[in-house]
Design a protein around this ligand. Structure first.
Ligand code: F6R
Ligand code: MG
Ligand code: MG
Length: 384
């Protein structure tokens, strides 16, 4: 059966700061999705949250960028935002950048990851959802999952994975994508995706048969809106097993809490901490950036599950290291490299400060010239 999995998310307001989604807003979204299921627009759905982001996981047969499915998500966010406004939740409606819906949610604020697949006999998937970071945060773990045998031994010892995978990399500044194949082109691939703020892995395919294996949401709200209106906390769908990374290989890629941009005011590097649903909220310094992972099986369009993938002591040490790294990074205060480079910051007062101080900057060359003229004067007097 041909099934489309659509994960669409938005920050429509949250409780006590940019901290956690309120259950009443999830209930409002649930009403809209239940009605869409009743009408046969979607087959199944699951609603969840990570931090201040409301996540709609939906299945249907209508393909990617479908107007009806996107309209359903948009209406769910609108209804949830109404409740958020009534409750006085913080930043109510934040990610809904337009008043009207125009075909699909692309460019309107919400983040989207969709894949249209031919369901295998058993179709295990993992959905990863992060808060307080951006889509390039998945570059490193995706590389590990699909190109690094030290993470994924299947690349070496499973004949069905041995042909490798190809990565579609989007240059978010130029709006153009390039396909690079691993293992043949890993140095070129790494040269690009090592700059995750610009080059973002959008899709991964199996080399052998072009099977779609992973999809990442790539909305950059700052670029969409022409100014920064919030970090575009990313979601990702990964297909698993039987010629694709095993569940454990996909999860292993998150065992190292790598540094990602985001965190407080979208302007700091911090460790990506994999957490259970219970801990999927932003606290310390509005973070640290959190990652929730849910596992499902998709059967005839039905979502079987979920299982809470990081709700496990096997990730305790990852979280402990993330906390140590968080401490270490925090001790830099407002200094780089904890604080992001100026072009990547969500908030910056730098232009105002530079404007205010502009008359107080002295040209180095003028200082030297002044010194030289004093010296010349003294010299001249000395000769008198
Ligand atoms: C980062 C984020 C938060 C806010 C911070 C300040 O993506 O959502 O860290 O930037 O809480 O929020 P405001 O400016 O709304 O008071
Ligand atoms: Mg937010
Ligand atoms: Mg968020």
């Amino acid at each position: 059966m041909r099934t489309t999995i659509s994960v669409i998310k938005a920050d429509i307001g949250s409780l006590a700061g940019h901290h956690i989604v309120h259950p009443d807003t999830m209930a409002a979204a649930n009403k809209v999705l239940a009605a869409a299921k009743e009408q046969g627009i979607i087959i199944d759905y699951y609603i969840t949250h990570v931090g201040d982001d409301l996540q709609l996981i939906m299945t249907h047969t209508r393909g990617e960028l479908d107007t009806k499915v996107h309209e359903t998500a948009w209406n769910a966010f609108k209804e949830a935002a109404k409740v958020a406004k009534d409750l006085g939740l913080y930043a109510a409606g934040q990610d809904l950048l337009s008043d009207s819906f125009s075909g699909n949610v692309r460019g309107l604020g919400p983040g989207v990851a969709e894949m249209d697949i031919e369901e295998r006999t058993s179709e295990p998937i993992a959905i990863f959802m992060a808060d307080k970071t951006e889509p390039g945060a998945y570059n490193l773990p995706l590389y590990k999952m699909f190109a690094d045998p030290f993470n994924t031994p299947g690349l070496v010892i499973d004949p069905t994975m041995h042909g490798g995978f190809k990565f579609e990399v989007l240059d978010v500044y130029e709006g153009e994508a390039v396909m690079l194949s691993a293992p043949q082109e890993i140095y070129d691939l790494l040269a690009l995706i090592g700059t995750p703020a610009r080059y973002v892995i959008r899709r991964v395919y199996r080399n052998e048969d072009n099977l779609l294996a992973a999809v990442v949401s790539i909305e950059r709200l700052n670029l969409i809106a022409g100014k920064y209106v919030g970090k575009d906390d990313p979601v990702m769908i990964v297909r698993l097993q039987h010629g694709l990374p095993a569940l454990g290989e996909a999860l292993e890629a998150f065992a190292f809490p790598h540094l990602v941009p985001g965190w407080m005011r979208g302007s700091h590097y911090g460790p990506l901490m994999p957490v259970s649903q219970r801990d999927a909220k932003a606290t310390r310094f509005d973070g640290p950036p959190r990652l929730l992972g849910l596992g499902f099986n998709v059967k005839n369009g039905k979502l079987v599950g979920p299982t809470d993938l990081f709700d496990d002591p096997a990730f305790d040490e990852t979280r402990r290291l993330a906390n140590i790294v968080a401490d270490y990074m925090r001790r830099h205060g407002p200094f780089m490299p904890h604080r992001l480079e100026p072009t990547e910051m969500e908030y910056t007062t730098l232009p105002l400060i530079l404007e205010k101080l502009k008359n107080r900057f002295k040209k180095e060359s003028d200082v030297y010239k002044a010194k030289e003229s004093v010296y010349a004067k003294e010299e001249a007097q000395g000769h008198d």
